[in-house]
Design a protein. Structure first.
Length: 100
């Protein structure tokens, strides 16, 4: 007949859980530190002074302004359309209508 393993007490179980949680927390902290170092290296490789500058550049590429809102690109679009219109006028010998 096999002898049953002794049951753990509540205190022992809580201590093991606490140790496991502490180990996991330490591992997460180490990973976060390593990520921060890699982000800083990347920013420097791209010629930026800080990770914050890198994040702002990435946000701008995604259309996100520094305040978290959407970047207003309507004036950029208008400039592109106007440039295309002026090129068309030049190509076809037309006079640009300033009201357009």
């Amino acid at each position: 007949e096999e002898e049953a393993a002794p049951q753990k007490g509540a205190l022992e179980t809580a201590m093991e859980a606490s140790i496991a949680q502490s180990d996991a927390s330490n591992a997460l902290a180490e990973a976060a530190d390593a990520l921060a170092e890699e982000e800083q290296k990347l920013a420097e490789q791209l010629g930026m002074d800080s990770v914050e500058e890198l994040e702002q550049a990435l946000d701008a590429m995604a259309g996100i302004d520094t305040d978290g809102g959407e970047i207003d690109t309507s004036d950029v679009r208008e400039a592109r359309v106007r440039s295309a219109y002026l090129d068309w006028c030049k190509e076809y010998g037309k006079t640009a209508d300033e009201s357009r």
